[in-house]
Design a protein. Structure first.
Length: 517
């Protein structure tokens, strides 16, 4: 936890109302503060790009084409060890509240109010986690209450825009609506964590008379129904309209460009699909590659807008994904292999590297050195204090502790906040898939070491990540003292923030904490 941050325990805060920033910024300072664009991709793996985040290019880097990611990297800094959570809801709730997923307890995916999404088990009962998501106000059961950094940006003079996937709270809870988080503009954001279809021919999940036929139907894009415009492109056009409006306001803007791409369904973006067929990819692989390039075109369109409107030199652009690519079991949806995270192990849902390590780039002209790489690690909750610091907001109050630590020293090359720092993940849940590192586990990464602990079996695995990026060599037996030390630190943290653990159905007793075995 960032010890420098203060917490408000006034009646207003206890009621879940975000506290005001202590110091308002003067109009002159407001004009000098940078615009900020957070470009968040859904389910994008570390290898779903032509830009290699490893020491060498792989087959996947050669297969995909993401010229605008390459363009952004030339302007800024690539992060080779940027971490999110293993599931979208957990990541997005950590992003908006600054809390580690162990603390906010949104440890699996959310959708319907008061309904957990865990797969049934004959032996294990997952805990009563926060399946209603997060909120800025109290009153909804199974919900974590936190202060939104977007609200703090808005209060300090930023114009705030949300475009795309929200996935902060379940249907009919306060957290489902981006407007409740401080966004003045909301384009297509709601409770769902995916979309029914990218195809305008299917009205993005609506019938001809306008009724949604799926809980995943994308709202607010009626103008594009039946036009042949892919959902990724429709969202981009709407985002640019919002930026055109923001340009007139004479205030800095924050755009959260949160694409539904490249989440399933693997629909064909016909602007790019034929190219990948010609390159020899299967239909499913080519469709997936077309989703990736369509997302990359969106990034390029936003960068073009910044340049055409003389905003590029004072705009921060952050590129990130919410969890690893869907590759824990190759082709688990339909028997076709269309994505892998190699050399990382496993994928979405897993606490192995393939499920949590993400492609990340930050461009900030005049502050971040162009065409650079950073191999220090950071975590998704770190975006909260970092973005506020970018905006000149360093003295504020929140209704719950902030676990994130600003990575500004990494951006400026002035320090290394990752040294000696422990990153924590907790997944006491059962997801809808099987595969390496998935279901009922927790993990700690500290310096070069990473420990994975399985609640049901008590098994522990230890990996030296710099020397074993693929997590093939479990050295727990060889380094028992390191296992003991990390188990103790992980167990202490889980208890300190009141993390959750599953129980054995046969006995009704909780599974042991990692330091109890």
């Amino acid at each position: 936890m960032n010890k420098k941050l203060l917490f408000s325990f006034t009646l207003a805060s206890l009621a879940g109302i975000p506290a005001q920033a202590k110091e308002k910024t003067s109009p002159e300072a407001t004009e000098q503060r940078p615009n900020i664009i957070l470009f968040m991709v859904d389910d994008m793996g570390w290898q779903d790009t032509s830009l290699p985040f490893w020491t060498q290019k792989t087959h996947y880097n050669e297969a995909y084409e993401t010229p605008n990611m390459e363009r952004l990297a030339k302007k800024g800094m690539m992060f080779t060890q940027a971490y999110a959570c293993n599931i979208s809801s957990a990541t997005r709730c950590s992003l908006i509240t600054g809390a580690n997923n162990t603390r906010h307890r949104v440890t699996n995916w959310t959708l319907e109010k008061n309904k957990a999404t865990d797969r049934p088990s004959n032996t294990i009962q997952p805990p009563d986690w926060n399946y209603n998501g997060v909120s800025q106000v109290a009153g909804t059961p199974n919900t974590f209450v936190g202060t939104s950094f977007v609200e703090l940006l808005r209060q300090s003079g930023y114009h705030t825009i949300h475009c795309g996937k929200a996935h902060f709270g379940s249907i009919d809870t306060p957290g489902e609506n981006p407007a409740h988080w401080g966004f003045e503009v909301n384009i297509a954001g709601h409770a769902a964590g995916g979309l029914a279809t990218y195809l305008s021919e299917q009205n993005y999940g609506h019938t001809r008379d306008g009724k949604p036929y799926s809980l995943m139907a994308v709202p607010g894009l009626e103008d594009y129904w039946g036009t042949g415009v892919f959902a990724t492109e429709a969202l981009t056009r709407e985002a640019i309209k919002a930026l055109d409006k923001a340009k007139k306001y004479n205030q800095p803007f924050y755009l959260y460009m949160a694409h539904y791409a490249i989440h399933i369904p693997i629909d064909k973006d016909m602007r790019f699909f034929p190219k990948y067929i010609r390159k020899g990819l299967s239909d499913k692989e080519a469709a997936y590659a077309s989703l990736i390039e369509g997302m990359d075109k969106s990034l390029g369109d936003l960068m073009d807008w910044l340049e055409k409107n003389d905003e590029a030199d004072h705009t921060v652009v952050i590129f990130m994904s919410d969890n690893g690519g869907l590759a824990s079991q190759p082709g688990w949806r339909d028997g076709q292999i269309y994505t892998q995270n190699y050399p990382l192990n496993s994928g979405k849902g897993s606490l192995y590297e393939g499920g949590i390590r993400e492609p990340m780039i930050v461009s900030w002209p005049g502050v971040v050195a162009p065409d650079t790489r950073c191999d220090k690690y950071l975590m998704i909750e770190d975006f909260y204090p970092t973005i506020l610091e970018m905006a000149g907001i360093t003295n504020y109050k929140t209704v719950s502790p902030i676990d994130g630590i600003s990575f500004m020293p990494l951006l400026k090359g002035t320090g290394d906040p990752s040294k000696g720092r422990a990153l924590i993940w907790n997944f006491p849940n059962i997801w809808g898939n099987d595969g390496p590192g998935i279901n009922l586990d927790c993990s700690i990464r500290k310096d070069e070491w990473k420990l994975v602990y399985y609640y049901e079996t008590g098994k522990k695995e230890l990996f030296n990540i710099p020397n074993d990026i693929s997590e093939k060599n479990d050295v727990a037996d060889r380094y028992s003292e390191i296992v003991k030390r990390l188990s103790k630190e992980l167990g202490n943290y889980l208890r300190e923030v009141e993390g959750q653990r599953p129980t054995f159905k046969a006995t009704g007793k909780p599974c042991p904490w990692p330091d109890e075995i």
